[in-house]
Design a protein around this ligand. Structure first.
Ligand SMILES: Cc1cc2nc3c(=O)[nH]c(=O)nc-3n(C[C@H](O)[C@H](O)[C@H](O)COP(=O)(O)OP(=O)(O)OC[C@H]3O[C@@H](n4cnc5c(N)ncnc54)[C@H](O)[C@@H]3O)c2cc1C
Length: 488
């Protein structure tokens, strides 16, 4: 087995740069950082400029630069995947794989794993920073339930986030999965190797009959190589996987032709239906004397609730952030608020036939009226929540949204559309589904429709984005796909 990775590889924890090892310096995941592709995308049609889209460029991928919240999707998310024609992915079938991946230090029951590779823990209440404690008290007083285990299937309300960073060390998939396999004689890891396209044998398109993936064209050290394989498994993430499929001629045929790429198999869903979690920050001045420390834990306590009038449970997530990148002033305090099951869909389009040119990312957040209504309710509830006396001495004046932004629905919609940012949770760009779904790219065993010997296993194949940060779900999917590949 050959693992190709565009970024570097750090096999020893000792030799790993601190920005990957620790959650202390978030500069690691910001623009220009060494292990970040630092892409850009348009969040809403109203925003004139492009926003930063972070993706990890190192073994472990985005799990090596992420914020280590280890939250599962809801049972309803996976039952929704099954209802869309993917009956291997309902909650009951995915639960054993969530259990398999984790080693939960706090919760022992039928829903949690205790001997998997990824360590999971929570800050205990005695260790919560003052802002986190105040947030918890305000939420309880506002009537939100206590949530002692956010990964329980019925969980909702306010509680400690499950995290995969015991001792502050970010336990990426490079540390938890890859390192455990490095001794295997059938595994070769090749970092600094940029896949340029997938190579095919067999009949070219019109229906894809007989088309087979036989290898990958790879650039390494300024030279181009061809590697062959019995099966190619594309795990380049929700942006690069559809990009590589299209560069290889698999995707919507007409736009490929316009870029001079010969289509080998027409799959109109590649790059379509792009999802993510639109995110806004409520910004407060720090009260005199209270400043978030650069080395404080970033996330401790989170709140999930259902927006007014919404049929989607837990479609809002709120998290106060309590640390800042080193060497940066912390003039304000930011409260993150996210819409977890947006109905608006975006699009990823190939901008060039050159792999080095990133695709155009058009997220089209808040183009759905119901998304706006749910997000408005969430922001208004957050504004009220942070008026609680528990925040005295911690939070000063609210800087954003201003009162004028809250005056009516139109003003608040305007603010949301101007301020919505892009989380690291891009997904659904090669969605899984049966042949009858014309926009499906892979079947439920992650095999690309109409092509032999080619699977995609990453966030791109989610049939719908989960109501949770995406890392735990992507690892679960990889565990499940590994069983499919082994024929189990
Ligand atoms: C800043 C940030 C914070 C996040 N925080 C959280 C969090 O707290 N909790 C959570 O659950 N989720 C979080 N996420 C999301 C989570 O980390 C991702 O959903 C998950 O890692 C996605 O996995 P993936 O396999 O789909 O893609 P990735 O992890 O992005 O992996 C893709 C890999 O493919 C490589 N690659 C791409 N193109 C090529 C090419 N042409 N040739 C060779 N290799 C290539 C990349 O370098 C990368 O290593 C965050 C993401 C980011 C970016």
């Amino acid at each position: 087995m050959l693992l190709l990775e565009a970024g570097p590889d750090y096999p020893d924890l000792g030799g790993m740069p601190d920005e990957l090892k620790y959650d202390l310096n978030q500069a690691a995941s910001e623009e220009g950082a060494a292990h970040n592709w630092s892409l850009v995308g348009r969040a809403t049609p109203e925003q004139p400029g492009l926003s930063h889209v972070a993706r990890g460029r190192v073994t472990g991928g985005s799990s090596a630069i992420n914020h280590q919240i280890m939250l599962r999707g809801l049972p309803e998310d996976f039952d929704g995947w099954a209802a869309a024609g993917n009956d291997e992915w309902g909650y009951v079938k995915t639960l054993p794989y969530f259990r398999r991946l984790e080693r939960d230090a706090d919760v022992r029951d039928d829903f949690h794993g205790s001997d998997g590779p990824v360590p999971v823990w929570r800050h205990s209440r005695g260790d919560w920073l003052p802002l986190q404690e105040a947030f918890y008290r305000a939420c309880i007083d506002a009537g939100f339930p206590d949530d002692p285990d956010m990964n329980h299937p019925d969980a909702t309300g306010v509680g400690a986030f499950p995290l995969n960073n015991p001792g502050g060390v970010r336990m990426s998939t490079a540390l938890t999965y890859l390192n455990a396999c490095r001794h295997r004689l059938n595994l070769t890891v090749r970092p600094n190797a940029l896949a340029r396209r997938i190579l095919f044998g067999g009949a070219a398109d019109s229906g894809g009959g007989g088309l087979r993936a036989v290898g990958v064209e790879v650039e390494s050290g300024g030279e181009v190589f061809t590697v062959e394989g019995e099966e190619i498994i594309l795990c380049a993430g929700a942006i690069a996987s559809p990009q590589l499929l299209m560069l290889s001629g698999v995707g919507p045929s007409e736009p490929l032709r316009e870029l001079g790429i010969a289509p080998v198999h027409h799959l109109p869903g590649v790059g379509q239906n792009m999802k993510n979690h639109p995110s806004v920050s409520l910004v407060f001045r720090s009260a005199a004397g209270h400043h978030p420390a650069p080395d404080a834990p970033r996330n401790q306590v989170g709140l999930r609730f259902t927006a007014a009038g919404s049929a989607a449970r837990n479609d809002i997530q709120v998290q106060p952030t309590t640390s800042y990148p080193e060497s940066r002033e912390a003039p304000d305090i930011r409260i993150g608020c996210r819409l977890e099951l947006p109905f608006s869909k975006g699009e990823l389009r190939l901008a060039s036939a050159d792999v080095a040119v990133q695709p155009d990312l058009d997220f089209r957040f808040l183009t759905d009226a119901e998304d706006c209504a749910r997000f408005r309710d969430a922001v208004r509830r957050c504004v009220r929540l942070f008026e609680h006396p528990a925040f005295e001495g911690l939070l000063g004046e609210r800087l954003d949204p201003g009162d004028a932004d809250l005056v009516d629905d139109a003003a608040l919609d305007g603010w949301l559309r101007r301020k919505a940012g892009i989380a690291g949770h891009t997904s659904v760009t090669c969605r899984m589904g049966p042949v009858s779904d014309s926009m499906a790219v892979v079947d439920q065993y992650c095999r690309v429709h109409g092509v032999e010997g080619l699977r995609v296993v990453d966030a791109s194949v989610m049939p719908e984005v989960t109501r949770a940060n995406t890392n735990a779900t992507v690892i679960m999917m990889a565990e499940r796909a590994a069983d499919f590949i082994r024929g189990r």
